[in-house]
Structures are given as C-alpha cells and as structure tokens.
Design a protein around this ligand. Structure first.
Ligand code: PHE
Length: 327
C-alpha cells in the first residue's frame, strides 16, 4: 500500500510535468486527488491495524505534496497560455487594413438632387408639400371635379379615412404654396414622392418622385415657360440639346404642353407643363385678372432610367445591392 502511494506520487508528478494545457491539468487533478488517493485512504480500514497509521500518514503527505505541485504547475501553465495567446494574437501593424464598405446615394436620389440643384441655381426655392393629401386638394381645387373623366389619368390610393388619399402627383402642392404666399409672387419647386394604384410592370411603378414647379406673378407669359424649360434642359442635358413643346391637356393648366428632349433614339418626354388655369389661381388666392403663372411637373426617375439604360423600373425600389452597387 505504501508502495502504491509512492508510485502514485511519482507518476503524477511526472505526468504533471509533461502536460501543457489547463484542460489536461484539470483532468489529471480530478483523477488523482478526487479519485485515486481518496480510494486508497478509504481502503485503510481493511488493513491490519498496525499498518494503518503509516499508510494514513503517507497518504496525507502525498495528497499535500500533490496539491502543492498542482497549484504551482497551474500558475506556470496559465502564464504559458497567456504568453502564447499574446504571441498569436499580436497585431501586425504593417498589414494593409481591411477595406471598409462605403455606402452611396441611390441613383434616384442623385438625379433628384441634380435636378433640384439646377432649379435652385435658377432662383427657385424648394417647397415641401405633404404626401398624404385630401381629395379636394389633389383633384377638385386643381379643376378636376368629382366624377370628371380626367381623374382616370391618376389611379388613386385611397385610405380608410373618407377623402384622405396619397397624392397622385405633386400638383396639389401648388395650392398649398399659393395659399401660403398669396398675394406675393412665387417661384418654387416642389419635389417629392407620388403614389399611383398601378399594375406594376417594367415601365410602371406605384411610387416615384416628381419635381413640380410653380411660378406666379404679374405678366408671367407662355414665353417665360418656354424660356425657363429650355434653360433647364440645357443645364441638365447640355446646351446642344434640342427641346420640343407639344400641345397637350391638363385640367389645371391652359394652354398645356408636354416637353420633349431629343435623345439618341428620338424624342423623350421629360415634363408636362402649362399656364396655371384661372380657376386654380383663384383657388390659391390670386386674382386671375391681375396674376398669371406657369407650372410644370417632371419625373426624375424616367430621366435616370434613360441615362443609364436601365430596362426595368422595378429595380429602383427593390434595394438589391447588385443593382445599387453599379452606381
Ligand atoms: N401633375 C401632372 C402629372 O402628374 C404634371 C403637370 C404638372 C402638368 C404641372 C402640368 C403642370 O402628370
């Protein structure tokens, strides 16, 4: 029995010296101190009485020696592990840094800002109008009465609140601007999202940006409209670009036109416009016998589509990075 204890001590010390990790140390400690020594000391009872004291004494000595040895080795191993970790985790400051992904503006936002900046350079103020409108301001006050067939031009998103809709164009902002500024002269643009209850396909989205423009004052004429739109088109698309005005119809302008610019494959429509209808001037608080004005509405997303030859308008709001990262 004494021999067994001496061997156990010698073997354990040798193993302790050889192991290198805390895991191994913990396993060995519980095997020897909790298991084998306890077992030996417990079996003392079965020895002849005269042998018992010597075995008990040696057993306790061995346990104390080993406990001290384990504690000492534990300190060493912890220090070694720490040193190893520091060594492996050392930062090499000469390595090139990892590239950081930078975000960028959405192509639609970029065109919108470009358009807005040109108008600002030309002396237009930005006027922000609400997205959630009432039926009156979106239609009736713009000379589109209830049940008028022209309402079919704008398929509308209605809300559960009677008369509350999502604006189908930025033109209702004309009413808000006029009512705020009358009888002062006005020169504003009204950019923002508009909403249409459309069957979405490659060329129709149910939301898109418009940039509305409104000029009101004394002696504002059709020639002012034409000159202003041509000046804009030349700043946006280059001074060589040809601009064309086609007769059209909008209930809130009279006369009305559509404005095209010449592209590589023929004419492209960029805006609707016209002289503000007397009914609309009156609804905005201006006397149409003294005041006149012109208004226009353009869709910057269309411009972006054409500029980058994007074949499907649905890419715009899908937020697919494979699309967005190309810009
Ligand atoms: N609001 C018209 C549209 O959405 C565009 C327009 C604005 C036309 C102002 C004339 C004057 O189609």
């Amino acid at each position: 029995m004494l021999k067994r204890l001496e061997d156990l001590q010698a073997d354990t010390l040798a193993e302790l010296e050889a192991l290198t990790t805390m895991d191994e140390l913990r396993t060995l400690r519980s095997r020897v101190l909790k298991g084998e020594i306890t077992e030996i000391l417990r079996s003392i009872g079965s020895l002849p009485p005269e042998e018992r004291p010597a075995v008990g004494q040696l057993g306790n000595e061995v346990r104390q020696t080993l406990e001290a040895a384990f504690a000492e080795r534990e300190e060493q191993i912890k220090a070694e592990e720490l040193a190893r970790e520091l060594e492996e985790g050392a930062i090499d400051v000469t390595l090139p840094g990892r590239p950081v992904q930078t975000g960028r503006l959405h192509p639609a936002t970029r065109t919108l800002r470009e358009v807005i900046n040109i108008w600002r350079e030309m002396g237009f103020q930005v006027y922000l109008s609400r997205d959630v409108e009432d039926d009156d301001t979106n239609f009736t006050l713009l000379n589109i009465p209830q049940h008028h067939p022209a309402r079919d031009m704008w398929d509308t998103f209605y809300t559960t609140r009677d008369g509350v809709i999502l604006r189908t164009h930025t033109s209702p902002g004309q009413i808000h601007a006029m009512r705020e500024y009358a009888p002062e002269p006005i020169r504003v643009i009204l950019p923002g999202m508009v909403y249409r209850y459309e069957q979405v396909d490659a060329t129709h989205e149910m939301q898109f940006n418009q940039v509305e423009g409104l000029v009101v004052g004394r002696n504002i004429r059709m020639s002012d409209l034409k000159g202003t739109m041509i000046a804009f088109a030349h700043r946006m698309y280059g001074p060589e670009r040809r601009v064309r005005f086609r007769c059209s119809h909008f209930p809130f302008t009279e006369p009305s036109v559509e404005i095209d610019i010449e592209g590589d494959n023929g004419w492209l429509e960029i805006a609707g416009a016209g002289m503000v209808h007397p009914v609309v001037l009156k609804n905005g608080g201006y006397d149409p016998r003294e005041y006149s004005g012109f208004a226009f509405g353009m869709g910057p997303e269309r411009v972006t589509l054409l500029k980058h030859s994007i074949e499907d308008i649905r890419y715009f709001w899908q937020n697919d990075l494979r699309f967005l990262e190309q810009f």
